[in-house]
Design a protein around this ligand. Structure first.
Ligand SMILES: NC(=O)c1ccc[n+]([C@@H]2O[C@H](COP(=O)([O-])OP(=O)(O)OC[C@H]3O[C@@H](n4cnc5c(N)ncnc54)[C@H](O)[C@@H]3O)[C@@H](O)[C@H]2O)c1
Length: 387
């Protein structure tokens, strides 16, 4: 077993929510990359990209969580991976430095300061690595009217902002010059935060990782549009039994996620699905169903019409694994963000829309074809800038 503290990592992934289902699977993948890369590398989209970052396996992880269990207990608890797959990584997992999360009862400025102190310590400990922060906190209620925060002081003194911990992590990272990947559905890209990201030359990637059902929705909707097949209705159902699924049963927490999953269909097709009924015929449901744990299942019923308006229908049944789909994307996003920041990019990067349900920044590519083309363009720009 490699000893993480002896390695010279080139990438440092700092994770908010480090003991959650996705983050603990990411931790197992990061340690496994050093032992048996063949189990992880083929599942990454960036394994052959950005050679100037150094080898893909030389990664360190650190982070925060409000839960008091240790990381290996968290991996066992989430049951994403059977013990035989990760027990050999236990010594390396034990070396991942994790700090307690600041209390959300503290003012936002104090939360951010505590996190920034931790970030500086992590950076010192892994001084050879390019740092990136990944937000894997639970889905939460968005702030009302985020445009009202014109200054940092206004945001820091607002009590509703203090209750959305994502903001403390993002502000601390930007202040420390660290790029941010927002994998959660929570809105952190307030106009003020985008401005600060530009000023501090950090990249903002997000929002809401497009890991399963929505990924295939974009692919299928783009294919139907390309063939001129009219989408008359689309019904999507998800069942999942992990903490994310339980959390999303609260309508206040689910609304951001449901909006992210719903709006993109009309955007891709360039008409409202259900227009002839005078109301939306695109429905997305998420139901918490404990027996499934992380092994999420999703069904899509897609009603389409061809010439003469003749109706046809399509069924998709995804038997996925939430965290197995999400963890490599988080790792890929960390590599993209580090590469973009090194090449001098800053602020929200809309061209990373391939990876997200609600891409930040204006004019994000909508169809699957446009999203792949945007990624290729972005990679070419990075290569050109790096000479
Ligand atoms: N799994 C997927 O495919 C997928 C796809 C897109 C988005 N997401 C989003 O990714 C996020 C993480 O998903 P998950 O399944 O790992 O969720 P999870 O509930 O298992 O993990 C969240 C973790 O955050 C910790 N936490 C809560 N408050 C905290 C705070 N203030 N500071 C630090 N840690 C805190 C919790 O203790 C928990 O360990 C969620 O927002 C989810 O909606 C997941």
């Amino acid at each position: 077993m490699n000893n993480l503290s002896n390695a010279s990592p080139n990438l440092l992934i700092m994770v908010a929510g480090a003991k959650g289902a996705v983050a603990s699977t990411l931790a197992a993948a990061v340690t496994m990359l050093q032992d048996d890369p063949s189990t992880i590398l083929p599942g990454l989209t960036t394994a052959d990209k950005f050679p100037f970052l150094g080898p893909c396996h030389a990664i360190a992880m650190a982070g925060w969580d409000s839960a008091s269990i240790d990381l290996t207990e968290a991996i066992a608890h989430h049951q994403v991976l059977p013990p035989a797959m990760w027990l050999s990584c236990k010594p390396a997992l034990a070396q991942i430095p994790l700090r307690p999360a600041p209390s959300t009862t503290l003012p936002l400025a104090e939360q951010a300061q505590q996190i920034k102190t931790d970030i500086e310590q992590f950076k010192k400990r892994f001084s050879t690595a390019k740092p990136v922060l990944i937000n894997l906190l639970p889905a939460a209620c968005d702030l009302s009217d985020p445009r009202r925060f014109e200054s940092l002081d206004a945001l820091l003194s607002d009590s509703s902002a203090a209750a959305l911990p994502d903001l403390a992590y993002v502000l601390a990272a930007i202040d420390a010059g660290v790029s941010v990947v927002n994998f959660s559905p929570n809105t952190v890209e307030l106009p003020l935060i985008c401005r600060l990201a530009h000023e501090n030359k950090v990249v903002l990637a997000g929002r809401d990782g497009k890991s399963g059902q929505t990924y295939f929705k974009v692919v299928l909707a783009s294919a139907l549009k390309a063939r001129g097949l009219y989408v008359d209705g689309w019904y999507s159902l998800n069942i999942l039994g992990n903490a994310d699924g339980r959390n999303l049963m609260d309508p206040n927490h689910a609304c951001g996620k449901l909006n992210n999953k719903t709006n993109l269909l009309d955007d891709i097709l360039e008409y409202s699905v259900g227009e002839r009924y005078g109301e939306s015929a695109h429905t997305v449901r998420i139901d918490y169903y404990p027996p499934r744990g992380d092994a999420k299942e999703a069904w899509d019923v897609i009603d389409i019409k061809g010439i003469f308006g003749m109706p046809m229908s399509l069924r998709l049944n995804l038997q996925g694994r939430d965290s197995i789909l999400a963890a490599p994307m988080a790792l890929d996003m960390a590599r993209w963000s580090a590469a973009l920041q090194t090449a001098g990019f800053a602020g929200p990067i809309a061209d990373l829309g391939f990876y997200f349900k609600k891409p930040v920044g204006g004019q994000a590519p909508l169809t699957f074809q446009a999203q792949l083309a945007a990624l290729r363009r972005l990679e070419r720009s990075i290569i050109e800038r790096m000479g």
